[in-house]
Design a protein around this ligand. Structure first.
Ligand code: ZN
Ligand code: ZN
Length: 593
């Protein structure tokens, strides 16, 4: 029997002991973030599948894994086919699988702390459609099986984000939140997004590898103030000043119950909560406190998305530091530093350069380093031992980023290794034109990301080219590298507001051959006297001139490229003072076309 099969046998016994016929396991932990600590990777533990999204359902005689198209191959590769069937969403559906698996009349359990209020509703509906019943069960049978070998949590090390870097004190942020609640007629709000709480109280931490946050929830009440629910032992020393400050009325409690019994919640209070992030397990105590519950998007999300002037200044400074790192890396590649090396070693070299940089905190995600055909796999991860060696006469796509103490970066550059062919140059130039279309866009108030997405695609569409991902996502300030509410994509229905930090990352992919993507971060500018905004490009790093077919650029596009490279040169040269070979490389890379 394989290890997976043995694990599944124990799990099925535990499910039966709990009086259930099946179990649902999602990839999320209680905090519902994109990243979860290793000790919370239950789906990977039980199935082997390590994708960033997906879920599994285990019945007595069948088990199924579900994820989206990014992970179709990975699910099949990582799971034992004798135990698991794999299904791609949205073509497959949980309800139909349950029906086919004969789940009619069966009782399926779920851990209510690991699923949101909205997710629980969807799951309940799918079970009902198949004739099954969903039951919330807080004793998790996977945890019962996962004893030896379960990773331990690392030591929590919260730290303060200084007010000068945050740009606003906690008290100032709470005053804005208070006004928003007053305007919407609410007395209180549950803040069930981890990044929103960390931003609101100006703290950061290391509870996750690539997202510098503390895993906390909070409750803000207009009369009783802010209650933070988290690990008291580590947070109290860092928040000492706030906890002592009577004016801000901040309290900190160990995270076991949502409602503070002293806070006087109850009949008549109107409490906002967000179904898409509040765990189902916390809904019941909230509903029991006698308040009127109102569903609403978290009001902190949009406050956080519109970066203030200090956050913008920090972001710009962090991009100078990161730009210098990228120049060191690209220079190293240009002199054959990566020749004969595996993709994972090239990514490790880039990380070592970032780690040597003075204000580096952590990578903002695992680097994507795809040589030749691997560049065409959009979410490719080079795994040591399973990855390719750098290909000659091919393209290398490197998507990476970092959190510095005052800003977050996310950059993709595609470079020619050896001599690129005409098709590569044509596609690269089309992607560059898409990139420039965003960089130069001017738009009136109320314009959505959807609209900008079409502007980016137009130069690609005119050549019969397209890319199967969004043009851009929101980026946090030393928080999540992917944040809402806005995005530049087909689903981007939110308006782009001044101060929002977004990526601009069109691409072009030739399956089995190469991938191209050019990504910079941009800040939405304040409206001009006619009420129009645009984008300020903050990423500073040369775009490979060897891959550009200048004849395919319009004069305005050529002007943008030359002005961008002049700015990169001007801002990075002082940072690279004394590093002669890198400076010489940068000078050549930024020469006008
Ligand atoms: Zn990226
Ligand atoms: Zn990105």
């Amino acid at each position: 029997m394989t290890a997976t099969a043995a694990r599944m046998q124990s799990l099925r016994a535990a499910i039966k002991n709990a009086g259930l016929d099946g179990w649902y396991v999602g990839r999320e932990d209680m905090f519902q973030g994109e990243e979860v600590p290793p000790s919370e990777e239950r789906l990977a533990f039980i199935s082997g599948f390590t994708g960033s999204a997906g879920y599994g359902v285990i019945l007595d005689d069948a088990a199924a894994l579900f994820s989206d198209g990014r992970y179709t191959l990975q699910m099949a590769n990582q799971s034992d086919p004798a135990v698991w069937s794999t299904h791609t969403l949205p073509e497959a559906s949980l309800a139909s699988w349950l029906t086919e698996a004969g789940a009619d009349g069966k009782r399926i359990g779920v851990d209510p702390s690991l699923v949101t209020v909205a997710g629980y509703k969807r799951l309940e509906k799918a079970c009902r459609q198949a004739g099954a019943t969903l039951l919330a069960q807080s004793e998790n049978p996977i945890d019962a099986v996962w004893g030896i070998g379960r990773p331990q949590r690392g030591a929590a090390r919260p730290f303060r984000m200084p007010d000068r870097v945050a740009g606003q004190t906690m008290a100032e942020k709470l005053a804005v939140l208070d006004k928003k609640l007053a305007d919407s007629g609410a007395d209180a709000v549950v803040i069930s997004r981890v990044d929103a709480v960390n931003w609101l109280v100006n703290i950061r931490g290391n509870d996750l590898a690539n997202t510098p946050v503390n895993l906390v929830f909070a409750l803000y009440h207009r009369e009783n103030g802010l209650l933070i629910l988290g690990d008291v032992a580590s947070l109290a020393p860092v928040m000492e000043g706030d906890l002592a400050n009577e004016a801000a009325i901040v309290a900190l409690e160990q995270f076991d119950a949502l409602i503070d019994p002293r806070a006087g919640y109850g009949e008549g209070a109107v409490i906002q909560f967000e179904p898409a992030s509040l765990p189902q397990a916390l809904y019941a105590p909230l509903a029991a406190c006698g308040a009127k519950l109102v569903e609403a998007a978290c009001p902190v999300t949009v406050m956080k998305a519109q970066k203030n002037s200090a956050e913008c200044a920090g972001t710009r400074r962090a991009h100078i530091e990161d730009g210098a790192v990228m120049v060191r890396f690209l220079h190293w590649l240009s002199v054959g530093g990566g020749n004969g090396m595996a993709e994972s070693d090239i990514a490790a070299h880039l990380l070592s350069l970032r780690k040597a940089s003075p204000h580096f905190i952590a990578s903002s995600f695992d680097t994507i380093c795809g040589s030749g055909p691997n560049g065409a796999i959009v979410h490719y991860r080079a795994i040591a031992g399973q990855d390719s060696v750098l290909q000659t006469d091919s393209l290398l796509l490197v998507d990476s980023g970092a959190h510095y103490n005052d800003g977050t970066t996310d950059i993709t550059r595609t470079v020619a290794i050896g001599t690129p062919d005409a098709q590569m140059r044509r596609a690269f130039t089309a992607v560059l034109r898409a990139h420039i279309a965003v960089a130069l866009a001017r738009f009136p108030a109320g314009t959505t990301g959807q609209q900008i997405d079409s502007l980016a695609r137009a130069p690609m569409w005119s050549l019969g080219l397209d890319y199967a991902h969004g043009t851009g996502h929101g980026v946090g300030h030393v928080l999540q590298v992917h944040e809402g509410p806005a995005s530049i994509s087909k689903r981007g229905t939110e308006a782009l507001l001044p101060g929002m930090l977004l990526s601009n990352e069109p691409g072009c992919y030739q399956a089995g051959a190469w991938g191209i993507r050019t990504e910079t971060l941009v800040i939405v500018t304040a409206p001009d006297d006619k009420g129009f905004s645009g984008f300020e490009t903050v990423t500073l790093c040369p775009i490979d001139r060897n891959l550009i077919d200048v004849d395919l650029l319009l004069p305005t596009e050529r002007d943008w490229l030359n002005a961008y490279h002049a700015e990169v040169m001007e801002k990075l040269a002082p940072e690279l003072a004394g590093e002669t070979v890198c400076l010489d490389w940068l000078t050549a890379a930024c020469a006008p076309v």
